[in-house]
Design a protein around this ligand. Structure first.
Ligand SMILES: Cc1ncc(COP(=O)(O)O)c(C=O)c1O
Length: 169
């Protein structure tokens, strides 16, 4: 994470940051130390983070996803966490994301007001049922097999791809 660049933006008046954690597309799982360092900046400049954690369930073994809001009470007050079962269970397109917003500071009201203005307040019944079924019955075993297959594909594909695409250029 480029903290110097971030700090420049905050110094120039930026008040909101979008974090993708784990990162898409590079697949980076931010470490606790990195998130703590980010927190120092966010708290110092009194900014807000929209933390997109939709890939949280798909961290490869050896990596541990740490929700940004869990870093500290100060960070929790300044974080809106975006999650969904769509990546974990491959059920995209059903309008089933969920957003965790701290109850203080008027953030939730402000967010809901914006949603109303763009008519995004409706819940999709299929999405609700699918989310419930995914979390209730999707199963840790299914998730582990998915990670295992993705891990194998990644370890065989990545070196070949890099070799053929980068070395030849
Ligand atoms: C980081 C990230 N956030 C959000 C989305 C959107 O997810 P959904 O298809 O559930 O709307 C994607 C989809 O690729 C994504 O990679």
């Amino acid at each position: 994470m480029d903290y110097e660049n971030l700090e420049q933006h905050f110094r120039s008046g930026a008040k909101l940051m979008i974090l993708c954690s784990p990162h898409n597309p590079v697949g980076r799982v931010w470490t606790e130390a990195e998130l703590f360092r980010l927190q120092e900046l966010i708290v110092r400049y009194d900014a807000i983070v929209l933390s997109d954690e939709i890939w949280a369930d798909l961290a490869f073994p050896g990596n541990r996803h740490r929700p940004l809001a869990s870093i500290s009470p100060e960070m929790s007050e300044r974080t809106l966490t975006f999650m969904a079962p769509s990546k974990t269970f491959n059920i995209a397109g059903l309008y089933l994301s969920n957003i965790i917003i701290p109850p203080n500071a008027g953030l939730r009201e402000a967010f809901c007001r914006q949603l109303q203005q763009i008519s995004l307040t409706h819940v999709n019944l299929f999405g609700l049922v699918a989310s419930d079924a995914a979390y209730r019955c999707g199963g840790a075993n299914g998730l582990m097999s998915c990670l295992f297959i993705c891990g194998k594909t990644r370890s065989s594909w990545r070196p070949n791809f890099l070799e053929s695409q980068i070395r030849s250029k």
